[in-house]
Ligand binder design. Structure first.
Ligand SMILES: [Zn+2]
Ligand SMILES: [Zn+2]
Length: 337
């Protein structure tokens, strides 16, 4: 099969011909239709996460067609494969409803080969049927940007005014869910990034502006998607007493020291890690209800490096998606099976 893989950290992905994957116990063999590009893929490619082996096929927002199933699906069913690829089911985190923190979790596109390839295998218990309302390309960003975004929004707590720091794939979905839940949304971007600011306003943000300066009103909660540690004290300074600041990325540059007074007043800083299957089920039921509209920029699989470069440079609106199966155009409204 054709794949784009990390072969050396910090280097561009390499086009490889790899042996077709073989389905193990409980796994489905999948023909990948498309795969969303996540900032985490950039951290994998750059070697900012510890890499368990090389080469690694990245990609954990896989929209695929089932070729062979272990029993849960029928051939031809459309499924999504997220970041959480396997958990032990035995550790204290798994046993307390926190499988996202499993000590032995295996992640798609890092520990397990992902969707930057024509074929993939995945544990069926961790795959999701995809709502029929979403064509393939529009569905892909739901599978990480969307469902981890929802987890971040839940951890942000209750309030009226939500700040989103970094306006990429995840923020453009979370904004829609947050508006649906009654939040007023303020978008914080790099100073002068008028494209992202305009995009946020189009989607319903009531204000968009410079991330390093406070907004027009104090925030009750903030979610930081950009991997920039200096945003943590910036978000605390922009926040009201009792606010929660959620760091939603898997990697962030060091957080600079800050005076205690900006944390005082029962402000909280926390991270959000991974997802549980319950998060995925909740989000995929909610997305058609909102309804979430994802804006995607498609790239052919062979141009995965361009997609990663554009993501790194912030040169895209919404989410990048790699189109892997180009035999036929995606069929809108295809039943999830
Ligand atoms: Zn992701
Ligand atoms: Zn576990």
């Amino acid at each position: 099969m054709r794949a784009m893989a990390v072969t050396a950290p910090g280097q561009p992905l390499e086009a490889l011909e790899l042996p077709d994957p073989v389905r193990g116990d409980g796994q489905a063999l999948l023909r990948v239709r498309c795969c969303g590009v996540c900032r985490t893929d950039l951290h994998v490619a750059d070697g900012e996460l510890e890499l368990p082996r090389l080469p690694i096929v990245p990609g954990h927002q896989i929209v695929a067609e089932v070729v062979e199933s272990a029993g849960r699906f029928a051939p031809g069913d459309r499924v999504g494969v997220p970041w959480l690829g396997w958990t032990c089911g035995e550790c204290r985190f798994c046993r307390s409803g926190r499988e996202n923190l499993c000590d032995r979790a295996r992640f798609t596109g890092l520990d397990l080969d992902g969707g930057y390839a024509e074929l993939a295998v995945a544990d069926e218990r961790f795959c999701f049927p995809i709502p029929a309302a979403f064509p393939d390309l529009q569905a892909a960003p739901l599978l990480c940007a969307g469902l981890i975004g929802l987890r971040a929004l839940r951890l942000a707590g209750e309030g009226e005014r939500l700040g989103l720091y970094g306006f990429g794939a995840s923020a453009h979905i979370v904004l829609q869910v947050a508006r649906h839940r009654g939040w007023r949304v303020f978008a914080f971007t790099k100073a002068g990034d008028s494209d992202s600011q305009a995009f946020a306003r189009e989607l319903g943000a009531e204000w968009a502006g410079d991330a390093l300066a406070p907004g027009p009103e104090e925030l009750d909660a903030a979610i930081i998607f950009a991997p920039a540690g200096e945003l943590v004290p910036a978000a605390l300074r922009a926040s009201a007493k009792g606010a929660t600041v959620v760091c939603a990325g898997i990697h962030m540059s060091d957080i600079p020291s800050f005076p205690y007074e900006i944390l005082w007043g029962e402000r909280t800083v926390r991270s959000v890690a991974n997802l549980t299957r319950a998060d995925g089920e909740e989000f995929l039921a909610l997305a058609p209800e909102v309804p979430v509209k994802t804006e995607v920029t498609p790239y052919p699989l062979a141009r995965a490096n361009d997609a990663l470069d554009d993501l790194r440079a912030g040169r895209m609106r919404g989410a990048a998606v790699l189109v892997v199966d180009e035999r036929e155009p995606p069929a809108p409204g295809r039943p999830a099976g």
